[in-house]
Ligand binder design. Structure first.
Ligand code: AOF
Ligand code: ZN
Length: 350
């Protein structure tokens, strides 16, 4: 299943509105992998189909490991459960159930009804995290929101530019951490900053240094439509979220998608409708604080640099709230990345 999850990872950031899914087919006696596949993008065949193609006749009697319950419905493609049955697969191991109401357990039922042995829940937490965007889409009708930031050991953050470093004052985190952020940009559908970051840093918000990488869709939260039409982030597909009455005609005339929204919930629904399943919040604690206060922060990825700046107080959330109202996260990974500590946590409440 770990190998199937690695396959699935290849589709991250490319499959929306579909989930990233991976499949590995193994011969039960030799343990040999005879087929691998992942879902490359919506409209193309599912992971199981690619793995079955590679396995050919060797699929007969084999075990299929799939990161998501095989589908049982006719969507843009025919049901994978049927394809697995037709190929003579003997056993299916599933990581996580498909929350799509068109599937939702019926894929597994179908396999069992055909006499197959099905095990489910293997490496489920990791699969669910990988599919967080798809799951938020199905279960909440909005994108999965990830806040990424870097701070010093004494809790200082800096307004960061595109490369994760301040223009004049040097970087908070090291090059390995910044490389990891580039990987996340490649894996997320869209990347969001506030207009303040655009006005001070004019970031490109592109993915650099990732072989075969793709750029996330840039989203600028800009209540009064102050983004200059010449801003570097305004490439094809850019979205500017404004208040409903804002005059965004200058931006609209250069082809920018304007998303009028009175609240963050409304903005997220609009992004969902544009096909965004995962949204990476970068730049400035102001925007992230607003998401946290609205209960719309699903995941945090925080770099802590082994540095003490010492000046002033640590940043406060605005509006400052009592500790009893703090957003509680469950840590799912702690890792040393270069010189920095990376702490990742998820909001389990919503
Ligand atoms: C799988 N394997 O690799 C994927 C699945 O429109 P379609 O035909 O692509 O169907 C999309 C739905 O199929 C999607 O909402 C989800 O429920 C499931 N995705 N299922 O067995 C895959 N990508
Ligand atoms: Zn399928």
């Amino acid at each position: 299943m770990a190998q199937a999850l690695a396959e699935s990872r290849r589709g991250l950031g490319r499959t929306s509105p579909n989930p990233p899914v991976g499949c590995v087919i193994v011969q039960p006696n030799s343990g040999e992998v005879v087929g691998r596949g992942f879902h490359p993008r919506a409209g193309e065949p599912h992971a199981e189909v690619f793995a079955l193609r590679e396995a050919g006749e060797q699929a007969r009697g084999a075990t299929a490991y799939v990161t998501l319950e095989p589908c049982s419905h006719f969507g843009r493609t025919p049901p994978c459960a049927d394809a697995l049955i037709a190929a003579g697969i003997a056993r299916v191991v599933v990581a996580a159930r498909d929350p799509n109401p068109q599937v939702d357990g019926r894929g597994i039922e179908r396999l069992r009804a055909a006499g197959m042995e099905v095990t489910s829940g293997v490496l489920e937490a990791e699969a669910v995290r990988q599919q967080a965007g798809f799951r938020a889409r199905m279960e909440k009708g909005r994108p999965h929101v990830i806040y990424k930031y870097a701070m010093t050991l004494d809790g200082k953050v800096a307004a960061v530019d595109d490369a994760g470093q301040t223009e004049a004052n040097g970087a908070v985190s090291g090059p390995e951490a910044r490389a990891r952020v580039m990987q996340w940009r490649d894996e997320c559908d869209a990347i969001a900053v506030g207009v303040g970051t655009v006005l001070t840093d004019d970031p490109r918000l592109t993915t650099r240094g990732v072989p075969g990488g793709r750029d996330p869709r840039p989203v600028i939260f800009d209540r009064a439509a102050r983004t200059p039409p010449s801003a570097r982030a305004l490439r094809e597909g850019a979205v500017v979220v404004t208040l409903p009455h804002a005059d965004a005609s200058a931006l609209a005339s250069v082809g920018v998608t304007i998303l009028p929204a009175a609240t963050l919930e409304e903005a997220l629904r609009g992004l969902h409708d544009l096909g965004v399943s995962t949204l990476l919040l970068e730049g400035g604690p102001t925007l992230a604080s607003a998401f946290a206060a609205a209960g719309l922060l699903d995941e945090v990825r925080a770099f802590v640099a082994p540095k003490v700046l010492g000046a002033g107080l640590p940043p406060l959330l605005t509006p400052s709230r009592p500790m009893t109202e703090a957003l509680g996260l469950e840590i799912y990974s702690v890792e040393v990345v270069g010189q920095d500590l990376l702490i990742c946590g998820e909001n389990k409440v919503q």
